[in-house]
Design a protein around this ligand. Structure first.
Ligand code: ADP
Ligand code: MG
Length: 636
């Protein structure tokens, strides 16, 4: 027998160390993980056998997962007659971290370990959150052996490890294709050698598994432990909430409670069953660049793929679960899926159902919906520009923060509260809610009680460009010129808003002219504004120019070269502000060149930039001007 020794990839080593030493309170989940892998292996062979007759023979047709306990050898064996693994696959799948979920787990763990307070407390919660699949068997094992033979291959292999840094692979024999996972149970965990305990674990965690899970009794007979029928095919009234949850944990590799469960049978042009879930917690891979959906496709109970892009749009990728349709061909290939009108029909039906159910939830319980929105709102909003047909429905279930409300509001609520003379739905975009809410551009809106939506998801800048309007009201940025505040609403009595303060029209005109000369091309225009109540200046974009925040995002994401000259903005000044009044006076008094006014012009512009979260145009010049101003002003 030839045996080779390998070291685990460093990450696996670390992970195993954590698994072995964490005081995880639900160690029993290791069995769920092994059964889940065995059931996946059967699904895979069943699917492969559809197109390869040789494999059909190899499988023998009757898939089963057999559990065996040996009290002398102190082993628990999980056997399946599924797809099996080749030697290379053993190395790839059990020697490295193949799953991004497990990877994410390992990363989170090392982050937590850096943070002492979090260390022990969170580790077990994390195992729960991510699941560590096969490796979880080392929670209860001194040693794990994997005897496996790939369907279609003659050779079998024995993988073996004590979970401490290395594993071996050796030649072996196995009569049929499939896999035995032989778990050598630790002394302290001998409960997992008791038939009653094993029976209970299987009934609790693996009842839904579509393949029979049997336990060999002393007398040699087999007892089937699970119901072994696909859960989604059963009658709703025969399914308990616990069973729904358990199945969710299985399909989604998740460990939270489902926030929403949709189980339906649809009969019509296309007949199918859907059992779909919306999670309570945000899955770790939600913002992965692939934006893949996570719904598994079955045809007549036969697993086809968990990688069918056509089944659901990306903006519903938080939805988990299965679709089973008898109207699709079993031999459906990836290329065919892309153009299959039947799949397109299913997709349309699913989108409609999911959005409809979300709307019901939103109307029934604002609190619960707020939780959902916090997790998945940013993803759902992608649909606003990707799925034109569902746009209205999506807009109805979108929720927003605003200047006039502590609660999330809907667009319908916004429209209902619009002030006399208000035509548009005003919004402002930015990174940080608190910061955006204090933008100088909003001062005038606030003093008139005109509500402004605070959009702080990166996606907001994109959909808002393409959506245009809601209920015939156009969306309009509060940072744009031409927001005609004068004709809207009534001023609130506000101490800060120095409304009665005098203005000096001639002086302001003179100042505007001077500022234009001093700033030249760097601004598009300079003008007095009614937008400001307490700040001296702010920047706004001209009608038709790119939004300022949008421009920053594009530069950050390298969609626009960082060297591209910024689009010139309009500098608005507050004619009631003390500083502006003073500058106006001196601008009016003399038309001669005055370096102090030139410096003030640049400082005002830089100040407005800083308020936008941008850097001064030229930090050195900025510092020089500030110092000079201070020197002039200080009379110590
Ligand atoms: P996951 O199941 O989420 O992929 P696991 O750690 O549970 O992660 O398993 C890693 C991989 O090992 C599986 O994806 C599968 O390819 C392979 N594997 C594990 N158990 C079996 C088995 N019984 N038969 C065939 N392949 C298996
Ligand atoms: Mg697994």
């Amino acid at each position: 027998m030839t045996q080779e020794t390998f070291t685990f990839q460093a990450e696996v080593g670390k992970l195993l160390d954590i698994v072995a030493h964490s005081l995880y309170s639900h160690k029993e989940i290791f069995l769920r993980e092994l059964i889940s892998n065995a059931s996946d292996a059967c699904d895979k062979l069943r699917y492969a056998a559809l197109t390869d007759e040789k494999l059909a023979e190899a499988s023998g047709g009757d898939f089963a997962i057999a559990l065996k306990l040996d009290s002398k050898k102190k082993t628990l064996t999980v056997s399946d007659n599924g797809i099996g693994m080749s030697r290379d696959e053993l190395n790839d799948l059990l020697g490295t971290i193949a799953r991004s979920g497990t990877q994410a787990f390992a990363e989170q763990i090392s982050k937590n370990n850096a943070d002492k307070d979090k260390k022990d407390k969170d580790t077990s919660a994390l195992i729960g959150q991510f699941g560590v699949g096969f490796y979880s068997s080392f929670m209860v094992a001194d040693k794990v052996e994997v005897l496996t033979r790939k369907a279609g291959d003659e050779k079998a292999w024995l993988w073996e490890s004590d979970g401490r840094g290395s594993y071996t692979i050796a030649d072996a024999e196995r009569e049929t294709s499939g896999t035995d996972i032989i778990v050598h149970i630790k002394k302290a965990d001998k409960e997992y050698l008791e038939p009653m305990r094993i029976t209970n674990i299987v009934k609790t965690y693996s009842d839904h598994v579509g393949v029979p899970v049997t336990l060999a009794k002393e007398e040699g007979e087999l007892e089937t432990l699970n119901t072994a029928s696909a859960l989604w095919g059963r009658d709703k009234k025969d399914i308990t909430p616990e069973q729904y949850t358990e199945f969710y944990h299985h399909v989604a590799h998740a460990f939270d409670e489902p926030w929403l469960t949709l189980h339906n049978r649809v009969e019509g042009v296309m007949s199918y069953t859907n059992l779909l879930y919306v999670p309570t917690a945000q899955p770790f891979n939600l913002f992965n660049p692939e934006r893949k959906n996570h719904v598994k496709l079955y045809v007549n109970r036969v697993f086809i793929t968990d990688d069918c892009e056509e089944l659901l749009p990306s903006y519903l990728r938080f939805v988990q679960g299965v679709i089973d349709s008898e109207d699709l061909s079993l031999n459906i290939s990836r290329e065919m899926m892309q153009h299959d009108p039947k799949l397109a029909k299913i997709r349309t039906g699913l989108v409609k159902r999911i959005l409809g159910e979300l709307k019901k939830k939103a109307e029934k319980s604002a609190d619960e919906y707020a939780n959902f929105w916090g997790n998945f709102g940013a993803v759902l909003k992608e649909g606003l520009y990707e799925d034109f047909e569902s746009r209205e429905k999506l807009l109805e279930i979108c929720r927003f923060r605003s200047t006039e409300s502590d609660e999330l509001i809907s667009l319908a609520q916004y429209v209902e509260r619009m002030k006399d003379g208000q035509e548009a739905i005003y919004f402002i975009t930015g990174e940080d809610q608190a910061q955006v809410a204090r933008s100088p551009q909003l001062e005038g809106f606030k003093s008139k009680g005109i509500e402004v939506l605070l959009l702080t998801d990166p996606i907001d800048d994109f959909w808002i460009q393409s959506v245009g309007s809601f209920m015939d009201k156009t969306f309009k940025s509060a940072t744009r010129a031409g927001s005609d505040l004068d004709s809207m609403g009534e001023d609130k009595k506000d101490e800060d808003a120095k409304d009665d303060a005098k203005t000096d029209d001639a002086g302001v005109d003179a100042l505007v002219a001077r500022l234009k000369v001093a700033l030249g091309e760097t601004v598009k225009d300079v003008r007095a504004s009614s937008r400001l109540t307490s700040s001296a200046v702010c920047l706004v974009s001209d009608e038709g120019d790119m939004d300022m925040h949008m421009e920053r995002i594009l530069k950050q994401h390298k969609q626009m070269s960082g060297d591209t000259a910024p689009t010139p903005r309009i500098l608005e000044i507050n004619p009631k502000h003390g500083l502006i009044l003073k500058l106006s006076e001196s601008a009016k008094a003399s038309t001669e060149a005055n370096p102090a006014i030139d410096d003030a012009a640049h400082l005002l512009l830089d100040q407005a930039r800083i308020l936008e979260g941008e850097a001064p145009a030229d930090p050195l010049e900025f510092a020089r001007r500030v110092s000079q101003m201070m020197e002039r002003g200080l009379s110590l």
